[in-house]
Design a protein around this ligand. Structure first.
Ligand SMILES: *Cc1c(COP(=O)(O)O)cnc(C)c1O
Length: 396
């Protein structure tokens, strides 16, 4: 007779993972993979990842530095001083904002990493975090993983996709430790004015919570628009931080390099979290990042021209087919109302089946994204033209 007892389950998923919002695109992803497996010519306008290459200068700098054994060891959590100084210099030049590179700048392994870890540094279980809805998902998931409570702030078109700050409940706002804001905005592509950011700053002073402004798209703007930095407001540094990234500005998503800057105490708290989790950015990537910040302006202007042309192709092409789409002033996205009576998921699913073009249902970014879809500008121009042709046919 066997004496074996019933094996115990190896593990049970932690509750914090079970609390994350469900992934809404399972069916849509499955349908997309099926089309691809069938050999269909799928055009994916769902992905927000630049197709343009990193500039040759930046790659050359990586190659120059990668052979040096001094660059092969652990780097420091706080990043190389030369990188922090280059970030501060870039900030002064671009925004006229002075930053202390030793205390007010912290390099990150991509800004997503810092964004998702920030609630670990600033909140306790039961605290509230004010999060835009729809939004870039890490604001929400980082808050949940830290055990704090997400309080959604709906972004409505009639308010220029800026949260209605007067609409946040008193109960929530008194428990708030942190507010996330994002301009230029993903997914809505809204660009907030300094006056709007000032409103948020005033509220944070009144109730005592920190502001984290995500400016990952500050340089990707069209028609000469120059999006503002939250830190341009006079005493913003007393109340918040701003996230930046080389990912979109210099086509470096795979390199994993960004930063947070502003309030020194918040920067130090995030650095303390990070010192327990990671061991810095590979130094050749930091050195190449400096090259991007110092010499990347010409490449950036070319990048903007490419995206602006694609934006115009989509908006003008769809207008001809009767789909009224507003031209975004910034970001890599077109955010527009579903042109039929369908939900965003129904519309995106049907369009994919009929045209093999993938667009993202707005509801995937939060409940207030329902009724909208997002299309990304990160495909080669000929593919964008092909997609517009197919979408136009499916509408007419
Ligand atoms: C792409 C993106 C980022 C940048 O992410 P990295 O981790 O720096 O690559 C940050 N915020 C938003 C809103 C984004 O869309």
């Amino acid at each position: 007779m066997s004496t074996m007892t019933q094996a115990k389950p190896v593990f049970q998923k932690a509750d914090r993972l079970k609390q994350l919002p469900p992934y809404l695109f399972i069916e849509l992803d499955k349908a997309k993979r099926k089309l691809m497996a069938e050999g269909k010519d799928v055009i994916d306008l769902g992905i927000g990842d630049p197709d343009l290459p990193t500039s040759k200068e930046v790659i050359a700098r990586l190659k120059e530095t990668v052979d040096d054994p001094a660059n092969h060891r652990y780097s420091m959590t706080e990043g190389m001083k030369v990188l922090r100084e280059a970030i501060a210099a870039w900030y002064a030049k671009r925004f006229g904002v002075t930053l202390n590179p030793d205390t007010e700048v912290l390099p990150l392994l991509g800004s997503k990493e810092g964004i998702a870890h920030l609630p670990w540094a600033l909140t306790n279980p039961g605290d509230a975090v004010l999060v835009p809805d729809p939004c870039y998902p890490p604001y929400r998931s980082g808050t949940i993983l830290a055990g704090a409570e997400v309080v959604p702030m709906p972004l409505l078109e009639e308010n220029g996709f800026f949260p209605d700050l007067g609409d946040i409940s008193q109960k929530a706002i008194r428990r708030a430790k942190l507010m996330f804001l994002n301009s230029p905005n993903n997914p809505t592509s809204a660009v907030y004015s300094l006056e709007q950011l000032q409103e948020a700053l005033d509220l944070s002073k009144e109730y005592g919570f920190a502001i984290a402004h995500d400016a990952a798209y500050s340089e990707i703007a069209y028609d000469g628009v120059k999006p503002a930095s939250f830190l341009q407001l006079p005493d913003a540094k007393d109340h918040g931080v701003e996230f930046h990234s080389l990912s979109k500005t210099y086509n470096m998503t795979g390199w994993r390099i960004g930063w947070v800057c502003g309030n020194a105490a918040i920067v130090a708290a995030l650095s303390q979290i990070k010192s327990n989790l990671d061991s810095g950015i590979f130094q050749p990537i930091q050195l190449a990042g400096i090259r991007a910040l110092e010499a990347g302006d010409a490449a950036l202007q070319e990048t903007i021209a490419v995206y602006q042309n694609r934006r115009d192709l989509i908006v003008n092409g769809l207008a001809k087919a009767g789909w009224n789409v507003a031209k975004p002033q910034a970001s890599l996205y077109i955010w527009t109302r579903v042109p039929t009576q369908e939900s965003s998921m129904e519309f995106a699913t049907r369009v994919m089946k009929q045209t093999n073009v993938v667009i993202t249902p707005g509801v995937g970014f939060g409940p207030s994204g329902e009724g909208y879809v997002r299309m990304s500008l990160t495909l080669p121009t000929d593919r964008i033209e092909e997609a517009v042709g197919r979408l136009s046919k499916s509408l007419s």
